[in-house]
Design a protein around this ligand. Structure first.
Ligand SMILES: [Zn+2]
Length: 223
């Protein structure tokens, strides 16, 4: 337990440091406060049931989002990815099979990123510049390898842990631990049935704060 905590602590500290000193096009944990915007991100899809529900809610709320997709699922549900892109959202790469960090080396992770990009290129005619490693797990070697092949790494700084919640109320309560602020990157999953119900509330609270929605790649073009 202590060992695991230590590891996570180190990773978090490294991520914070990297977020402070590296250009946003290489590494982002959150965006600039000056942007007056937050980024809503969904991992692990596309899911044939949840993703369309989320897309309906995003459309009704007038919110743009980023979907970090798993290539093997893109192959199975290409129509969902086409809809994501047609409706103006941004697609990021989240590997091909969502491997555990300890189960794959740097070359393997890069091969997974490239395989997902090939699928995306075939389905929507474009690759993803942004990459989010599964479980946020990243060694220095993997980081360098991904940079070498031109990836922009995107993490998050707000995590309501929706994957381990049993109800919408639980996700809502995790999300409300601190008020959202400009530059926040919110991590949710389009594989659990909570986000669609929460999108109207998130949109309302973001707008009440005088903020809007953006995508991490838009931040990445600024510095
Ligand atoms: Zn994931």
């Amino acid at each position: 337990m202590t060992k695991t905590m230590g590891k996570i602590g180190l990773r978090t500290v490294a991520a914070v440091l990297a977020g402070r000193v590296l250009p946003r096009r290489l590494f982002q944990r959150c965006g600039p406060a000056s942007s007056r915007a937050v980024a809503l991100t969904f991992d692990d899809g596309p899911d044939p049931d949840q993703t369309p529900r989320i897309l309906d809610a995003l459309r009704d709320a007038g919110v743009v989002a980023t979907f970090f997709v798993v290539g093997s699922k893109v192959e199975r549900h290409p129509e969902v990815i086409r809809r994501i892109v047609e409706e103006g959202h941004v697609v990021g790469n989240h590997s091909f099979t969502h491997p555990r960090p300890g189960a794959i080396d740097a070359a393997g992770l890069i091969a997974e990123a490239e395989k997902t990009d090939d699928v995306l290129a075939a389905v929507v005619g474009r690759r993803a510049s942004m990459f989010r490693p599964p479980y946020g797990g990243l060694s220095f070697k993997k980081l360098l390898g991904l940079w070498k092949v031109g990836r922009s790494l995107v993490f998050w700084n707000v995590d309501p842990k929706d994957f381990s919640c049993l109800t919408v109320d639980e996700v809502r309560s995790n999300l409300s631990r601190r008020p959202l602020r400009a530059g926040d990157v919110i991590l949710m999953h389009d594989t659990v049935p909570f986000a669609a119900a929460l999108i109207p509330e998130i949109a309302a609270s973001v707008r009440r704060l005088g903020l809007t929605f953006t995508t991490p790649d838009a931040w990445g073009r600024h510095r």
